[in-house]
Design a protein. Structure first.
Ligand code: ZN
Length: 66
């Protein structure tokens, strides 16, 4: 609620572009597909750590605390 734009789903930083789910530093072509694959793996019962490893989403080292 601080800036009215939102929070990046990847790094939880501020999003500069209204309506985007990603900040400029995280965004790349196909990021939505990668994120969907990550979410699908979680829905299939994998942990967030496993889902990151299997989908290539983000750095698995960052997920250890999840
Ligand atoms: Zn980001």
């Amino acid at each position: 609620m601080s800036n009215g734009h939102g929070t990046c789903l990847k790094c939880r930083g501020d999003v500069q572009v209204f309506g985007s789910r990603w900040c400029q530093e995280c965004w790349y072509p196909g990021i939505d597909d990668g994120y969907q694959r990550y979410r699908d793996l979680i829905e299939e019962g994998h942990s967030r750590y496993q889902a990151k490893v299997m989908s290539g989403w983000g750095d698995p080292d960052e997920a250890r605390d999840d």
